[in-house]
Design a protein around this ligand. Structure first.
Ligand SMILES: [Zn+2]
Length: 105
């Protein structure tokens, strides 16, 4: 790897020059600073703990399921557009469909 190759911070998106002993990394992401790494870990913790997250995501799941159906795009393409993983999109669409079925009853 070139010495001058930049990496992008996994949190703030800032380009920086990682050294060979770069330590601010987690989940295969690298961070420009200790504070960005800490913030990333904190966000992750909070996302996991937040009890209302599931309910909050309901609207998004429904919207995603509708979008997937109406757009005719592949899940991979939807994932790219939404900046989500294909797995997350698949899960969201499955949940979204379930919600829609429940509402139709
Ligand atoms: Zn950063």
């Amino acid at each position: 790897m070139s010495y001058f190759q930049t990496a992008k911070c996994g949190l703030c998106g800032k380009a920086f020059y990682p050294t060979s002993e770069h330590v601010y990394k987690q989940d295969e992401k690298r961070f420009c600073s200790w504070s960005c790494l800490c913030a990333y870990r904190r966000n992750k913790e909070e996302r996991r703990k937040r009890p209302g997250a599931r309910i909050k995501n309901k609207e998004r799941d429904i919207e995603l399921a509708k979008f997937y159906k109406e757009s005719g795009l592949t899940m991979k393409k939807v994932a790219e557009l939404r900046n989500m993983s294909v797995y997350a999109v698949h899960e969201a669409i499955v949940r979204g469909r379930k919600y829609l079925e429940e509402e139709a009853k």
